[in-house]
Design a protein around this ligand. Sequence first.
Ligand code: ZN
Length: 496
Amino acid sequence: MEKSKVHDLLKKLTSNDLKFLLKKRGTKGYSGLKKRELIEKVFEAYQQDFEELHKDASEIYEAKLIERVKDGLDHFLNKRVEILYADDELVKADVNGHTVVIYNLTKDEFEYKCDDSCQDYVYNVKNKRVPFCKHFIATVAELAYNGNIQLESIPILGESQREIIEHSLEKRRKLEGISEKGREIEVALSTAEKYYLEIARQNEHIAKKFFKDSAEKVFEDMTLKLFDLLEFETIGNRSPHGWDGITIGIHATPPFIVVIECKTAQSGVYDYLVKHQDYLLTLKMYAVDLVKNKLFGAFRNYVKYVAVVAPAFPEGIESLKYSFQNLTGLQLSFIPADVLLYLVSRYRENPIVTHSWLEDLFREGGLWTKEKIDKLFDKSEQLIALISEKVTEKVLEWLRQYVMVRSDAAFINFDMPMIEELSREIFQALSPELAVMGKKEVTGVETVRLRHDYYAIWERVLKNTGKQLIGFLKELSDTQERTTEMKAEIIRQLRL
Ligand SMILES: [Zn+2]
């Protein structure tokens, strides 16, 4: 390894990065040094071991690029990219209001321009500290997604960067419903079971090795993924400022929104909030100023809950929910990572908890425990039994009303409108947990929307109702002796 090559790489790092390298080597006394002096100091600290130095510096540099790739992919996934023009030589795109122009993307004469309003482009790309800004990555991802280019044909992309982009292309295909791989629930759950608690304890090694990101970011992503597995709609926030995630309980009536803040803690217990209670004001700002007050109309009213997710919480955390409620009118939950994982594991095994029932936990707020989760499942069982009873009752009641007058030894005879009446009764009994009834605004046609995510609850309700219905038919078969129309006609024709 030549010194000049290492020197070129070090020049691309910031002063803070260089200080990090010095700290790593146990070197002190570098405050106030200029960048040029810091670089010399780094060479000294590594005692001219260029291989080792190049390895450490590359790691930092690579992380910078990955950061930009991930930020760019957020724009891509949120569909903030519009390709205005694309051919072999020239690509022009709008990314979230920034104009990106790329020349010769797949050739050696590659060149690109981002807006002058893109600080990263002006300060870092133009000065050749990094090869691209996030807007470039967003454009490239959009091009690849549309089939305009193959990622392999872009020389400027490294292999790990390409991998991450591929991953997002797949994710977007899934969101658009055009992926064949489905939701990969099992993979997501087993990944979480393997790493989530370690990540919560800030295990940077695992974060970097398996997820190519910081533990904090991985923890945020995995937490939202877990809510995803509970059928919530989730929105992430890659900006280091403000809330970490929003989850939407779309299956509750009305829906509810939870603002999520994720905290890793090396000690295994997140005690900052108990020690610095004024942090509640920050949480208030995240939830009220940055989410609730930015939404319009009914959406604003849906923002009712805030949850902090962390490896564990210390004693005395419970009382903070009251302070927070006084401050904001919102309920604050503290969710230990293992409790969230426990909830999701139980739910995937037996998906019988609806968002309405789960909302009770957010409504109660405070510290979530495994006991509370167990109770939630017990309660869900009871509520499903109630729904089953309600539906069965409706069906049987309806049948009984016709059966005396409209059945004979072989059939119960219905006119189609009677069946329509029955289905309306059933859907009403299933509403709002499993079905939503409505009307089309323009035509006034009645509509029914079934919640397919709750298939396990459907199964129980239908099985139970089916069983009761069959019992009823059997009973009827055993007792109904009224002459059929056919027999009556034959008797009449034979003049018996
Ligand atoms: Zn840019």
